[in-house]
Ligand binder design. Sequence first.
Ligand code: AMP
Ligand code: MG
Length: 506
Amino acid sequence: RFPGKGLFMAQAASSSAPRSVSPNPAGWRLEHSYAQLPALFHAAVAPTPVSAPRLVMLNVRLAKSLGLEAAALAGEDGAAIFAGNQLPPGAAPLAQAYAGHQYGHFTTLGDGRAILLGEQLTPDGARFDLQLKGAGPTPYSRRGDGRAALGPMLREYIVSEAMHALGIPTTRSLAVAATGEAVWRETPRPGAVLTRVAASHIRVGTFEWAAARGDAAAQRALVEHTLRRHYPELAAADNPARALLTAVIARQAALIAQWMLVGFVHGVMNTDNMALSGETIDYGPCAFMDAYDPATVFSSIDARGRYAYQNQPGIAHWNLTRLAETLLPLLDANEEAAVAAATEALGGFAPQYQRHWLAGMRRKLGLFTEEPDDPALIEALLIWMHATKADFTNTFAGLAPDLPPGDPRRSDGDCVAWQERWRARLGRQAQSPAESEALRRASNPAFIPRNHRVEAALAAAEQNDLTVLERLLDVMATPYAHARSAPGYRVPAPDGGAGYQTFCGT
Ligand code: AMP
Ligand code: MG
């Protein structure tokens, strides 16, 4: 099944394999609960050392929250660890096995270029996966080189940290190390390794993997492990599989609503890219929408728009249906009863998603109360935005009961009519205009990682100039700071971002 396996084992055992260092000034506290799962879920494999490790990014605040001493990681030791040349104390590297539906088609996958070092225990008792992405081949690499290019790894760093600052559950980025080696994509690109931090890397695809092997005992172990890690309050549930399914559906309904409310397009919502923790994971061809268009697609390979902005809730439901299928044997010994239980749980997705989305939209409009006509009020605004190609982020950030004198929207009859309707609606709640404005400001970001800004930062970084990237990260760290003066970060690309494409050649 994994033709590269024999080759790789020989390589891992050679003298060039990374060595573990014993003093621990950085404060590593690695455990390995995932490795306790049955053997079909993982393969021990060490990162492949690189020729010239150099630390490009280190997320000092994240390091601190993980209980890691950034100062001890900023130099050569950190570069060696984050490039995969040296293992931190207590590491037990492995690649995770998983399957998945890619663009609707089932395949077996696994970490083809990612290696889990272990789970860091934080000072406040939390547990986070530390994973090196781009650290060399694994038994699951298939035809891939196991490597990653600097641009896409920095892109994941920027967007994941921006999502975190927006308050959206997400994996995070601890470090990027350049390898000093070229990776061959369309052209040779500088190589890099990203250190990803995640509540876990357990995916819908992990469950699909056990189900495809027909291993019910392994599936049961995975359910229990996932519950312990992400839903400990449900560990004693009568039917663990059912409890897990219901809880995951609830978290995904909340997560996808948050994406929709900021105009985020994930771009590749394959089942292997949906985490059971409810975090956003696997930043590939993702981007934030500029002009509002529900059909927005960025990924160059998503020709049919399967993962378009407006399809995301439906795709999440589709993915969760695949998860439910893997759990059928555990939901009930009686097949009909199992299908009924799965159907009932899945039926909870749409109403929960709608509830989160509507509540979020009310906040974006500065509404504290609920009126039956609110969905129509929101719909009317979205129709106007679509018709006028209004910028999604700036339209919401700029909402004000009175359009400023000279605003071109004053001569747009539809806009003026909507403004009047909204003003009347605001007048029917007890909260003051100032309270409404404060709610809007806390709910509508002023800053999102605009595509042209991200591209400029990556282009400069490839030329060894990190100042553009640092400035972008600094602005993205305060997305709701409406008073902040950073005008260049508020405007979409001069051409409106039309035709912006993101590539899977990561
Ligand atoms: P993604 O589209 O990033 O979710 O990746 C899909 C699958 O392709 C995963 O199993 C990855 O590990 C694998 N993959 C992506 N790039 C590479 C690469 N350069 N080498 C080996 N495997 C890869
Ligand atoms: Mg993936």
